[in-house]
Structure formats: C-alpha cells, structure tokens
Design a protein around this ligand. Structure first.
Ligand SMILES: [Zn+2]
Length: 210
C-alpha cells in the first residue's frame, strides 16, 4: 500500500495493482539510468492548491533545458510516491508534460509525453477506480472512454502516437486532464465529490495535528 505523506500523480487503483494492458510497449523508454532514478524529488501539491486548477502551456524548443531537468525528477517523484502517473501541474510547473508508468514494478515501462493531446477516443466507456496523488488516499470510480489515441512528442522532440486501453487509457486521460486543470473528482456527482473532499479535508487536518 501507500506510504504516509504527500503524493503526486495518479495512484494505482488498489484493485488494479499489477494488472496492465499497455498498447505499444515498443514506444516506452525501457529502463532508466542511475541519474534519472536518483534525480531530486519534487514537492507535491495537494488539493485545493490553485496550480492544480490552471491550464499548462505548450512546451516549445526554448523549454528544452527545463524539460530535461524536470522529467527525471517527475519520474523519481512518481515512483517514490508511489504513483502510476504525474502531471507537471502537480509539482508546480505549468508546462504540458506528463509521465506515466502503469507496468508492474519488476518491469518498468516509463513513458514521458510532451504536449500530449487526445486525438481520438472510443464511444465505448470503461469504469475504473481512480486515485490522485494530489488528493491523497481518496478513491472513486470514474467512467471515461475505454480507448484513446494520444499524440505527443518524446524527449527527443519526435512526434509520436500511442493507442491505449485498460488502465493506461484511464491514466493518460487522468494526467492530460491535469494539464487542463481538471481533476478526477470533477467527474463525480456533486454529492460524491463533496463527500470525498470533506474526507480529504478531515484527513489533512488530522495529519497536520499530528
Ligand atoms: Zn492526479
């Protein structure tokens, strides 16, 4: 289960831990260097931090140095949490970059997506339990398109596309939502959302009191 303390990104749903349907494993950056995994951890913004509600801006070639600095730290922070996805908003940067890895721990499939964009989605939907490292320890079922096609640039600036279903599809949609200031609780009924956010506020108060 999860460590106590602040978290980042999308949390692997409890029921889905270890079960992965990755669409194009060849697209993934397999294995990470020692430098990448030991990159400095970044503090995670927790709801209701206002940066979580802001839209991130497209990354241009002028941002290359910042992105190269940021992405290894985003991976390190996501793995440490542990989470399966992290958007730049969650660590206080408003650049359009997300990192995801929904693979089991023994076989990491890290994927960094620059300027990701959903270019197609299925009319068929799927419901999965989601959690968010910016909304620690709160989970709810969210219904989204079951399959998506995402266009993005990789770390070398090459244009790529990935088709995803299952957990990866939900994770990509969850993280791209973050870049638009959207959170998974926005998909819940007002009643469910208010209940969940009240539980979060209570847990945060208790944590601060300790
Ligand atoms: Zn999230």
């Amino acid at each position: 289960m999860r460590h106590p303390g602040p978290y980042v990104g999308m949390v692997l749903p409890r029921c889905k831990r270890g079960r992965v349907a990755a669409a194009s494993p060849a697209d993934y950056m397999r294995g990470m260097s020692e430098t990448e995994t030991s990159a400095p951890l970044l503090p995670i913004l927790i709801y209701p931090d206002s940066t979580l509600r802001k839209a991130a801006r497209p990354i241009t070639p002028a941002d290359a140095d910042e992105v190269r600095r940021l992405v290894p730290s985003m991976f390190a922070t996501m793995y440490k949490a542990p989470g399966i996805g992290l958007a730049a908003n969650q660590i206080g940067s408003l650049l359009r970059v997300i990192v995801v890895d929904v693979a089991p721990k023994e076989e990491p499939h890290p994927l960094a997506l620059i300027n990701p964009e959903i270019i197609a989605k299925s009319s068929e939907t799927a419901t999965q339990e989601e959690g968010c490292l910016s909304i620690p320890d709160q989970y709810a079922e969210v219904t989204r398109p079951a399959r998506v096609k995402v266009r993005y640039q990789d770390m070398q600036g090459a244009r790529k596309e990935i088709e995803a279903d299952g957990l990866l599809a939900a994770c990509l949609q969850h993280e791209i939502d973050h870049l638009n200031g959207v959170l998974f609780v926005d998909y819940l009924s007002a009643l469910k959302r208010n209940m969940l956010l009240r539980k979060l506020a209570k847990a945060m108060r208790e944590q601060q009191a300790r």
